[in-house]
Design a protein around this ligand. Structure first.
Ligand code: NAD
Length: 478
């Protein structure tokens, strides 16, 4: 485990970006490094007047920005991606300090964000001609909505900001972006980096608490909210956005099942299953959160996963040997500890982990649990931490029923050597994305989002981009 940092120099070189200017405010957020449980930085927190000014400047900037071409906007977005790559080392270190994930994964998050951004701006949104005959010409066009408010969570702050940011900008909207109060720093640095890339007011970045998010959802001059976060907050966002009939995209929580069939070699897939469950210490919306394994390979799979869990090194993300960092914040740590305690009380069997260390830092070791009932908290809730149940099945129909027996519907996977059958089973999962022999594979060209209570709408691909636009029919009588 990690030793307490002896002396901490508080970093405070952070600013809000409003109307092309960097700003401070007397109100501030203290940001904790979860590897030590100590405040290491402080940044300004925006007040209501600053939000109003940011929205006003975004509205003003929209007038000219909407008239620019896709290719002009693509050029500027690519400049932003290049700046991310040029500043990757410093950004990744900051991301690890505020979020906790291993440095290599912070580097990968920035790489991926830049690559996805470049990918998205290659997508074309053509005018669609619906009818062309002697009497009529009818076409479907898409125009930008206006000002988009983007609200992000703390588990992958760079990636989850860039997806909506690029979608909004490329389609001709202007933006007010608010990161989570737990991880505002890398996003504020992104704002600083792109200050002179985009015309003043096109991108505004405001750190702040939950209240700032609520003000954004209520704001009469914001046209759309792109929200990524928990189901509970997503519902509040939807209710609040109804007041002004804002468009919304909601990317919410998941409780992803993985169905492991009897024809796989457990040793061959264990590493992939482990990584898809425990990467970022399980703090991934589309992590595997329930493993359903066929009884014939059940014991062998448990053994192989235990080997992986015992190998994984938990520690400070800045230590190059670390594979799993801490839980990002105390609130989430307490929630996962509560689930561990509840699981222990239920009499379930712990194959690994389950210890609750004394700290410092919010560390938990990878925990695998068997002999647990389907109605336990661990199976029913989104644990969002390094504890995963392995459940046994003998009948495929029963496995599919149990996998679908949830209000979540983000994604899921099927693991089998028979890929045709795998795809058929995958198609029966009630999710936004069902993978076969993989999990967490996403791309700029493929829509991503949740079924049921895991979300509303899709991000990425032309489908995602069009959700940042208003469809408009032009109908001409010849
Ligand atoms: P959260 O819902 O607590 O907070 C997310 C953001 O919403 C933060 O910026 C917060 O300040 C803001 N917020 C809080 N209350 C608000 C309100 N009333 N109105 C407007 N904004 C408000 O979520 P979290 O704990 O930061 O993130 C973890 C959750 O995010 C998990 O459930 C995870 O599965 C989900 N998530 C989903 C995806 C996806 O793509 N589907 C991706 C990553 C994370």
């Amino acid at each position: 485990m990690v030793k307490r940092a002896d002396s901490i120099q508080l970093r405070s070189d952070f600013s809000l970006l409003i109307g092309g200017e960097l700003e401070q405010n007397a109100a501030h957020l203290d940001v904790i490094n979860p590897a030590f449980g100590q405040v290491f930085a402080r940044c300004p927190a925006a007040d209501r007047a600053q939000l109003d000014r940011a929205v006003q400047s975004a509205r003003r900037a929209f007038v000219a920005w909407r008239k620019t071409s896709y290719s002009e906007r693509a050029q500027l977005i690519k400049r932003m991606s290049q700046l991310l790559r040029d500043n990757q080392a410093a950004l990744a270190e900051l991301l690890t300090r505020e979020q906790g994930k291993p440095l290599a994964q912070s580097v990968a998050e920035i790489d991926r964000g830049a690559a996805q951004s470049d990918g998205m701006v290659g997508i074309e949104i053509p005018v669609e001609v619906l009818v062309e005959d002697k009497e009529r010409h009818i076409e479907l066009r898409y125009r930008p909505l206006g000002v988009v408010g983007i609200i992000t969570p703390w588990n992958a702050p760079v990636n989850l900001a860039l997806g909506p940011l690029v979608s909004a900008l490329y389609t001709g909207n202007t933006v007010v972006l608010k990161p989570s109060p737990y991880t505002p720093l890398t996003t504020l640095k992104l704002g600083e980096l792109i200050k002179d890339v985009f015309p003043a007011g096109v991108v505004n970045v405001l750190a702040g608490g939950d209240q700032l998010g609520q003000w954004m959802t209520e704001h009469p001059k914001i046209d759309k909210i792109s929200f990524t976060g928990s189901v509970a907050t997503g519902k509040k966002v939807l209710a609040s956005a109804a007041g002004t009939l804002k468009r919304v995209t909601l990317e919410l929580g998941g409780n992803d099942p993985a169905i492991i069939m009897d024809d796989v070699d457990p040793k061959a897939i264990a590493k992939k299953i482990f990584f898809a469950s425990f990467v970022n210490s399980g703090q991934v919306c589309m992590a595997i959160k329930r493993i359903y394994a066929h009884e014939q390979i059940y014991d062998a799979l448990c053994d192989a996963l235990v080997v992986e869990a015992k190998k994984a090194k938990v520690g400070d993300g800045l230590d190059p040997s670390t594979e799993l960092g801490p839980i990002q914040n105390k609130m989430q740590y307490d929630k996962v500890v509560d689930i561990i305690k509840d699981t222990k009380k239920s009499g379930a069997r712990f194959l690994t982990g389950g210890e609750i260390p004394n700290g410092p830092g919010y560390f938990l070791t990878p925990t695998l649990v068997t002999d647990i009932s389907d109605d336990s908290r661990l199976v029913q809730e989104e644990q969002f931490g390094p504890i995963v149940p392995i459940l046994k099945f003998s009948d495929l129909e029963d496995a599919i029923r149990r996998a679908n027996d949830t209000r979540y519907g983000l994604s899921g996977s099927v693991w089998t050597n028979d890929v045709k059958r795998g795809a058929e089973i995958a198609a029966r999962l009630e999710v936004g994305t069902a993978w076969v022999n993989q999990h967490r594979a996403t791309s700029a060209f493929v829509p991503f989002g949740g079924a049921k209570e895991s979300g509303l709408g899709r991000q990425y691909s032309s489908l995602g981009l069009k959700s940042y636009m208003e469809p408009e029919v032009i109908s001409v009588a010849k």
